[in-house]
Write a protein that binds this ligand. Structure first.
Ligand SMILES: Nc1ncnc2c1ncn2[C@@H]1O[C@H](COP(=O)(O)OP(=O)(O)OP(=O)(O)O)[C@@H](O)[C@H]1O
Ligand SMILES: [Mg+2]
Length: 424
């Protein structure tokens, strides 16, 4: 099971890098994990992690060093007991280099192929803020990856919604481009024009005619009937899953009012009623998190006060937290061995929401999580999110959450239609 999980936010400064580092560290306790710094202009991960870096993306791009030889592992002073020996990092260049910071299409394709070949079970991508191609190209096709936003910055919540929108529109533009196998025969050219005119109208938020993709799909139905490919496009939109983490959590009401409700409403109004939204959990605001970053020793690498010896799982603080969560929160028996065959997580923990409305049930989920997790500290927050993410990665069909491989733009059509008979 290889999975690539993106961490994105739309707006900057909400805690993507903090989350990505600690999430990758926690995942590495389950299976080999590589964290890739795709914020290639600011090299923020290397500034948050006190490791000596021999090779980074500079060597990959300029010296043609294979990506798997650009891996950095933790120094002994950060991980004296080797608890995180399954963690590795691909750092961005030490200083910004224009061509690497802005990555043109060829550079992106080359890096995508290399990431797809990395020797890791989990690959976590820390993306930069913004919505340009260096962000969108790396996002999964059928879900949002992990979006981070915070009740502290309401504007960032809307930017997170815009990521979902940009991602879906970019995908639909490619699916509906002139070379699409959908547009065949004499009618093909006209159909292509019709669909793209409608997409222009939905994308243009200043026009009121077609507010969201649901209206677009209705119009398509009205114009073209119930054809096989209208159904295919409905599948693209309706099966799209949105996953998010709330950083700097400060209570149920404020998180609901400032973050989750505006986010879900934005998705409903500008995209569709039928997206599934999944809350993976939250991280409380804690000065220890920031101090740890400043000391370049991420919070999960801080000694937790409990003794831990190499190889002694019962005393490994991170694994103990993970194990306890399995038992307490997810209602699962504590795993004797993490390599044991997968069990199914309770249904309501996997698909927390109905499919009718992205917002339905969200407040209840938040309250329920708060009842069981309200007093949890930062480290437990990370453990909880990691455990939930791991269950989703393991139990859901591939492509529902995260992605088995990055798909370059020229392969998207084949990816969407390749499996459907008649479109080859
Ligand atoms: N839970 C938290 N509690 C306290 N401080 C936090 C928390 N999460 C992040 N921070 C602090 O907030 C600031 C922004 O975090 P971070 O750099 O991870 O965000 P980002 O989204 O990656 O930013 P950018 O868009 O610039 O890449 C940092 O100073 C970090 O130490
Ligand atoms: Mg960052």
């Amino acid at each position: 099971m290889r999975r690539i999980i993106t961490v994105a936010s739309g707006k900057g400064g909400v805690g993507k890098t903090t989350f990505a580092i600690n999430f990758a560290l926690a995942l590495s306790r389950i299976a080999p994990t590589v964290l890739v710094d795709l914020d290639t202009g600011t090299s923020s991960i290397r500034n948050t992690l006190d490791v000596s870096i021999q090779r980074d993306l500079y060597h990959f791009f300029r010296r043609n060093t294979p990506l798997d030889q650009c891996l950095t592992t933790l120094d002994a002073h950060l991980d004296p007991e080797g608890l995180f020996e399954n963690f590795a990092l691909v750092a961005a260049p030490r200083h910004s280099i224009e061509e690497i910071a802005t990555m043109g299409p060829d550079a992106r394709r080359r890096l995508m192929e290399a990431i797809n070949r990395l020797p890791a079970t989990f690959t976590v991508l820390d993306l930069r803020a913004g919505l340009d191609a260096t962000v969108i190209d790396f996002l999964p096709l059928s879900n949002s990856g992990i979006l981070v936003f915070t009740p502290r910055h309401p504007a960032a919540t809307l930017a997170a919604g815009d990521i979902v929108r940009s991602l879906l529109f970019r995908k639909l533009r490619i699916v509906f481009s002139e070379t699409s196998p959908l547009f065949r025969g004499t009618e093909g050219h006209l159909q292509h024009r019709l669909v793209n005119d409608l997409l222009d109208q939905v994308e243009d938020v200043y026009q009121e005619g077609l507010p969201n993709l649901d209206a677009f799909l209705e119009d398509l139905h009205a114009s073209l009937g119930d054809t096989e490919w209208v159904t295919a496009i409905e599948d693209v939109v309706h099966s799209f899953g949105v996953y998010f983490v709330l950083n700097m959590f400060n209570g149920v009401e404020e998180s609901w009012e400032n973050a989750i409700r505006p986010f879900g409403t934005h998705l409903k109004n500008t995209i569709s009623d039928s997206l599934t939204m999944t809350n993976l959990g939250w991280i409380v605001e804690d000065p220890k998190v920031h101090d740890a970053n400043c000391r370049r020793r991420p919070i999960l690498l801080e000694a937790s006060g409990e003794g831990s010896r190499l190889g002694d799982r019962t005393r490994d603080p991170v694994l103990m937290e993970l194990d306890r969560l399995e038992a307490d929160v997810l209602g699962l028996p504590s795993p004797r061995d993490l390599t044991a065959p997968p069990r199914s997580a309770p249904r309501d923990e996997i698909a927390l929401l109905g499919r009718d409305d992205p917002l339905s049930g969200q407040l209840e989920v938040l309250r329920r999580m708060y009842r069981s997790r309200g007093t949890a500290q930062v480290r437990e927050n990370f453990a909880y999110i990691t455990r939930r993410a791991h269950h989703l990665l393991r139990d859901l069909p591939q492509g529902t959450f995260g992605q088995p491989r990055l798909v370059p733009p020229e392969e998207i059509q084949e990816h969407v239609f390749g499996r459907k008979p008649g479109y080859r």
